[in-house]
Write a protein that binds this ligand. Structure first.
Ligand code: NAD
Length: 507
């Protein structure tokens, strides 16, 4: 048993990150750790007026930040990555305290921040435009990229810091100030990250304007202020599809730009030729890791009838033996659900599938710590067909397993859900693999072969289609969303030929 209270460990960790804000504001917003279900801090909440003031300050910051050369902006992100490396353990612990992740997964999230910072530093010298062939003699045509404006970043509880960094590291090198509205369930990690960022700012020197990176503590109302403000050029919102259905139209109505990173209903297909040992390990991590609370968690598994009786008993065994426990005190692989609401949603989904003929293995609540904490054994459910809750994302560790015989039919079933985030095929058959990755294959933003659905690297563009929102962030050319594009045509001749041969002679 720990000798110190979780609140004391939280306060110590926050102090180690450099946070000086009061964590015990009377009447403030309670921050509850899923590890024990107890409040570890109470924070002052920002008002709508505070959010409006933050937007005004960020717009002022934009005026000067956009004029700083991009490689110099990259230097700030480089310093930030250095500070993140120094605080990796402390920030990782905050992720474990607030989101219930294992130390390895908590620190992995911080590593992801470091990786995207390194990527963004290189990018700060590669914000390339094109030179384009022009049909007019004595002309040159090119494309230039300019800073866009203030970026509002709204994040979900299950990744308390990495998605902010996927956005902010790119936004900062692209010349955009950022305002972060973290989940009301995980605001402490955001404050800790901001303190680490401020250390980098202090080392960077005077040309970083005030208000370059701000954090707003609060719930949806504070987020909506950013969403509705015409002074926020880009909203990048990570969270449920329900949230995206509200945010997307509001940003569209004011012709703002939006990156939506929403829920998924990710599946794997296990083909007859699959390497079953590898498949077992990939599915176990994909479905049970982070207690099933990743946007990329594997939620559906289609298994070919010829290998069903080999892989499913092995999976059931892995599920039965997985360790569930307090991530701060034990080496358990599976930590808590975020709260009672998540537990109730899991129970309701399991009751519903039982009615529909599902055979449930696991899923029971575990006696870990006080009653206020919600630990569960991950559930594997053998389903006769894709039906009921299988069609939706229940944010808990439930894996629905279904048998298939026909490859074309299973591809149809795979794509026949709202979410379009991540997908996997397990096969050594070249035709199946290439078909899965082809135009008639997986319709997800992420399509993998012989690895699970979760655990993406920062180098690729991250995001998904359909109800996942269509946004892309992190690697590849995702940076373009944070800049505005101008097409420039320069006439260095003494004539004025018009495009398409149009004649408009005023003499
Ligand atoms: P949520 O939708 O409840 O909240 C996410 C964020 O949106 C929070 O900061 C919340 O305050 C804010 N918000 C809610 N309503 C809002 C509104 N009307 N206006 C502005 N802001 C609003 O999601 P959650 O429970 O924190 O996270 C879990 C969900 O997020 C799952 O569906 C998961 O799949 C998804 N998710 C997606 C990705 C991705 O990259 N696709 C990553 C992580 C999580």
């Amino acid at each position: 048993m720990q000798s110190k209270s979780l609140a004391a460990i939280t306060a110590e960790t926050m102090a180690a990150c450099g946070v000086s804000a009061a964590l015990d504001v009377s009447g403030g917003m309670a921050v509850v750790s899923p590890v024990t279900g107890e409040a570890v801090a109470t924070l002052a909440e920002h008002s709508v007026a505070d959010a409006e003031a933050a937007v005004a300050l960020a717009n002022e910051a934009f005026r000067s930040w956009r004029m700083i050369p991009a490689p110099r902006r990259g230097e700030l992100v480089r310093l930030f990555a250095e500070e993140l490396r120094k605080s990796k353990e402390d920030l990782g612990r905050m992720v474990s305290i607030e989101a219930g992740k294992s130390p390895s997964e908590g620190q992995g999230e911080v590593q992801e921040m470091i990786d995207i910072c390194d990527f963004a530093v290189g990018l700060s010298r590669q914000l390339y435009g094109l030179t384009i062939a022009t049909e007019r003699p004595g002309h040159r045509m090119m494309e230039t990229w300019h800073p866009l404006g203030v970026v509002g970043i709204i994040t979900a509880f299950n990744f308390p810091c990495a998605p902010w960094c996927w956005n902010s590291a790119l936004a900062l090198v692209c010349g955009d100030p950022v305002i972060w509205k973290p989940s009301e369930k995980t605001p402490l990690t955001a404050l800790a990250v901001q303190a680490v960022f401020e250390r980098a700012l202090a080392r960077f020197g005077g040309d970083a304007p005030e208000g370059l990176s701000q954090v707003l503590i609060g719930g949806p109302a504070v987020g909506e202020t950013l969403v509705e403000s015409e002074k926020v050029a880009l909203i990048s919102a990570t969270g449920s599809t329900r949230m995206g259905r509200i945010v997307g139209p509001k940003v569209a109505a004011r012709f703002g730009r939006c990156i939506l990173e929403l829920g998924g209903n990710n599946a794997g297909i296990v083909c007859p030729s699959a390497d079953l040992d590898m498949t077992l390990r990939a599915v176990a991590f994909g479905a049970m890791g982070t207690a099933g609370q990743r946007c990329t968690t594997m939620r559906r598994l289609f298994v070919h009838a010829s290998v069903y009786d080999q892989i499913v008993p092995a999976l059931k065994k892995a599920y039965a033996s997985v360790t569930v426990g307090n991530p701060l005190e034990t080496p358990a692989l599976v930590g808590p659900l975020i709260d009672k609401h998540a537990y109730d949603a899991m129970v309701a989904a399991l009751e519903e599938v039982k009615e529909l003929g599902g055979v449930i293995h696991g899923g029971e609540r575990q006696d870990v710590g006080p009653d206020t904490a919600y630990y569960v054994k991950p559930a594997i459910v053998e389903m006769p067909e894709q039906t009921g809750p299988v069609f939706r994302e229940t944010f808990a560790p439930i894996l629905y397993v279904m048998k298939y015989t026909d490859f074309d039919d299973v591809l149809e079933q795979h794509n026949n859900v709202g979410g379009g985030l991540s997908s996997s095929i397990f096969t050594t058959d070249l035709r199946e693999m290439e078909t899965f990755l082809s135009a008639r294959g997986s319709d997800c933003g992420i399509a993998n072969v012989n690895i699970g659905t979760s655990g993406a690297e920062i180098g690729g563009a991250f995001g998904g289609e359909k109800e996942t929102g269509g946004g892309r962030e992190s690697g590849s050319d995702a940076w373009r969303a944070y800049m505005r594009r101008a097409t420039n045509t320069i006439n260095y001749s003494k004539d004025l030929p018009l495009a398409q041969g149009v004649v408009f002679d005023i003499n």
